[in-house]
Design a protein around this ligand. Structure first.
Ligand code: ADP
Ligand code: ADP
Length: 237
């Protein structure tokens, strides 16, 4: 569960990016956050995994007040929260499976990653994650030989292998063509339904948000201006 109570976020330059945010997101919800560029969507997501720190209010993840977390506890929080970006953030010169492997055991000693020493169980988990997003056949291909949609699926598999309870996705389909964007949204939906992971996805395509997410939160100039089901949005339009 993610609980925002009167959350405000001001950047060091004084810009007030989030204003009195109140929302409760239950485990297993699939939420789309919509709003124009600059509305505060990305800031909102980044507060949840402590990439940003809130200025005041309360923000709890699974009943833990995350403002109070320090070093080790923040790393534990982040292991439980997968983050997906528009730009995939993959090592393009490495194979697909290696991208998944180096990410999903964050506490692995650096020399094991460097030497590429992974256990059988780790390899099995990585392959299962690739299978779930339909790119098992690309496991040993270099990432730079894949299309944008396939690369986003590698990013998704990498996050899945980490077995988080929450996935935050910041404009994951913004750079994809419409057909591929639908496929990737469908992957998110399947993962949400089959694995009961909470998914929060920033998206500026309202039609995609309505087609796949069960709940839509609208943000404008740092404030929540709408929070309801996709059906409720459809009725109002
Ligand atoms: P969105 O994801 O909806 O496009 P963002 O959360 O990225 O919006 O940004 C919200 C607002 O906060 C924007 O006006 C942006 O310019 C501002 N902003 C983002 N990051 C910073 C920062 N590090 N310092 C100051 N202002 C920022
Ligand atoms: P940004 O959101 O751009 O990272 P912040 O001012 O929120 O800028 O924070 C900068 C860094 O300092 C972040 O890594 C954040 O975790 C940490 N930080 C900021 N405020 C606090 C605070 N009150 N307590 C603990 N850590 C903080």
């Amino acid at each position: 569960m993610i609980q925002f109570e009167q959350v405000n976020k001001q950047y060091p330059n004084g810009y007030h990016a989030l204003k009195n945010i109140n929302a409760v997101i239950e485990q297993g919800e699939f939420v789309a956050i919509i709003g124009l560029s600059g509305a505060g969507k990305s800031t909102l997501l980044r507060c949840i995994n402590r990439m940003h720190h809130i200025t005041d209010g309360s923000l709890k993840v699974n009943d833990v007040e995350i403002s109070e977390l320090r070093g080790r506890q923040i790393r534990r929080l982040r292991r439980n929260i997968g983050m997906i970006f528009q730009s995939f953030n993959l090592v393009t010169r490495m194979s697909v499976i290696k991208n998944v492997l180096v990410a999903f055991v964050p506490e692995m000693p650096w020399w094991r990653k460097l030497l590429g020493i992974f256990t059988k169980e780790e390899k099995k988990q990585a392959l299962m994650a690739l299978d779930r997003v339909g790119i098992l056949d690309k496991a040993f291909v270099r990432v730079d030989q894949l299309s944008g949609g396939q690369q986003q699926r590698v990013a998704l598999a990498r996050t899945l292998a980490q077995n988080p309870s929450i996935i935050l996705a910041d404009e994951p389909v913004a750079s994809l063509d419409p057909v591929t964007a639908h496929q990737v949204m469908n992957d998110f939906k399947n993962i949400n339904e089959q694995l009961n992971m909470t998914i929060l996805i920033n998206i500026h395509h309202v039609d995609l948000a309505l087609a796949y997410a069960s709940r839509v939160i609208g943000i404008r100039a740092g404030e929540i201006v709408f929070d309801g089901t996709a059906e409720e949005v459809n009725e109002q339009i």
